[in-house]
Design a protein around this ligand. Structure first.
Ligand code: VGL
Length: 200
């Protein structure tokens, strides 16, 4: 699939806590690291933006089970669990995004994330001229799905890198259903190997 000039790669939440042995370990979650390294290298070599979001929760948030939410404590700001997977290679110039900062909200979507300077993802994409997001990371059935849905609703094209996403599957089949939902909403699918450089 020929990648056009108005695209960016968004790497969602490839953090220690979402990888096996993490606080909210996605079984096999670290499988996304190798294809995402290739995708990031591809986008950087083409001079296209690479963005990487991180779940970045305060210690007390309604997202966590003990404060009324659904999840064990994970990705607390500044903790080792919130670090990117150690093998993830982010090109220099990768824009980092932080999400889940609001203690009142789950904020699964990267469209609720901001840069270190406080710029929301949507505004960042507008300023970069991005109209098409390639998305990979964790987890298919939460942050990737919510992010893709918000992107499509805001009028962006979305391609999910199918070999670079893995789901939580709290209920078996959640990831397959999430992919179906994204497809219904207009997402396209390809693998990292399918990516070919822009023509000019
Ligand atoms: C996520 C569950 C809870 C995700 C975040 O990144 O997909 N999943 N918080």
């Amino acid at each position: 699939m020929s990648v056009e000039r108005d695209t960016a790669l968004l790497i969602v939440d490839v953090q220690n806590d979402f990888c096996p042995s993490g606080a909210l370990g996605v079984p096999d979650g670290d499988r996304v690291v190798e294809p995402l390294n290739r995708a990031a290298e591809f986008f950087a070599a083409a001079g296209l933006p690479v963005l990487a979001s991180r779940d970045w929760h305060p210690p007390v948030t309604k997202h966590f089970r003990q404060y009324g939410g659904s999840w064990p404590v994970h990705c607390v700001q500044g903790s080792a669990g919130a670090e990117f997977h150690p093998d993830l290679r982010l090109p220099s110039g990768t824009v980092l995004l932080f999400k889940g900062i609001d203690p009142e909200r789950d904020s699964y979507s990267a469209f609720e994330a901001v840069t270190g300077e406080g710029v929301p993802l949507a505004a960042l994409l507008t300023s970069l001229g991005v109209r098409h997001l390639y998305v990979g990371g964790l987890a298919t059935d939460y942050c990737v799905n919510f992010t893709a849905g918000d992107a499509l609703r805001s009028g962006l094209a979305v391609t999910v890198l199918t070999d670079a996403v893995v789901g939580v599957d709290v209920t078996p089949g959640d990831s397959v259903r999430a992919l179906e939902e994204m497809k219904q909403a207009g997402a396209r699918f390809c693998t990292v190997d399918d990516l070919t450089p822009p023509s000019s």
